[in-house]
Design a protein around this ligand. Structure first.
Ligand code: PEP
Length: 256
């Protein structure tokens, strides 16, 4: 059964006590803990400093662990960075790559996103690669051009390895703004992404991200081309996150 994925991106939130209590909230929540029964895969991505602690808390549950970023080199003189192998070492199965906040704050380019994705795959991680247009590009009607470029580069550079990754369509204007894209925009854009990958012979799950919450999750997940959600703000509260997971469970593992 193809899985519907719900990924929580905690961003730069959570000292040790906060992270522990959030992770315990996930583990103790029946909807989240048993989500796999309906084909729903749950991944949480705490900050680096909380990875070990969260790993210990979610051990022996189906909840999986993801890093929020990693370097494309295996090791060496890269102060402040972590490698894909280090994430694997602390129990991660996934890593976010090319999140718009990384592209903005750390100037991660399309080429670096490719290199990081390769490093992640080599280390045995599943990269969740974020793509999406800025507000300005959206207003100029350039959404498809941006996606053609971002997804096209990934298809050409990664080839069949891209099928070992997950894509996340995250319109930058919808992230953290409370203004999620409409279900219609999500449907047409995800269909377009599927068209681009298909021309390269690649089939890949595509998540939607951008102000998803317990109230809009069901509608956002209603498109057959939406294989799950990447959730920022609403993943910081176990009850809100459980509401999103519940919507995914209603969709089940039936996504394309
Ligand atoms: C994100 O950071 O990936 C995200 C989707 O954030 P939010 O849900 O807060 O918009």
């Amino acid at each position: 059964m193809t899985k519907t994925m719900i990924v929580g991106n905690w961003k730069m939130n959570g000292t040790q006590p906060v992270a522990r209590s959030l992770a315990e909230g996930l583990v103790n929540n029946d909807i989240i803990r048993s989500a796999h029964a309906d084909g729903v895969q749950v991944v949480c991505c705490p900050p680096f400093t909380a990875l070990s602690l969260v790993q210990q808390t979610i051990a022996d549950t189906p909840i999986q662990l993801g890093g929020q970023a990693c370097h494309h080199q295996r090791q060496g003189a890269h102060t402040g960075d972590v490698s894909a192998a280090m994430l694997r070492d602390v129990g991660c199965s996934h890593v976010l790559v090319g999140h718009s906040e990384r592209r903005r704050d750390h100037h991660e380019s399309d080429d670096q996103v490719v290199a990081i994705s390769i490093a992640a795959i080599d280390a045995g991680l599943v990269p969740i690669i974020c793509v999406g247009e800025t507000l300005e590009e959206h207003q100029q009607g350039l959404t498809r051009n941006v996606l053609q470029r971002q997804v096209g580069i990934l298809c050409s550079a990664l080839g069949n390895n891209l099928s070992r990754c997950v894509l996340a369509y995250e319109p930058v204007w919808a992230i953290g703004t409370g203004l999620a894209a409409t279900a219609e925009h999500v449907e047409t854009t995800h269909a377009y992404i599927a068209e681009v990958t298909r021309t390269h012979g690649i089939v890949i799950p595509v998540l939607y991200g951008g102000s998803a919450n317990a109230s809009n999750a069901e509608e956002l997940l209603s498109s057959e081309h939406v294989n799950g959600l990447l959730v920022g703000g609403a993943s910081l509260d176990a009850i809100s996150f459980a509401g999103i997971v519940a919507a995914a469970r209603r969709k089940g593992g039936a996504s394309s």
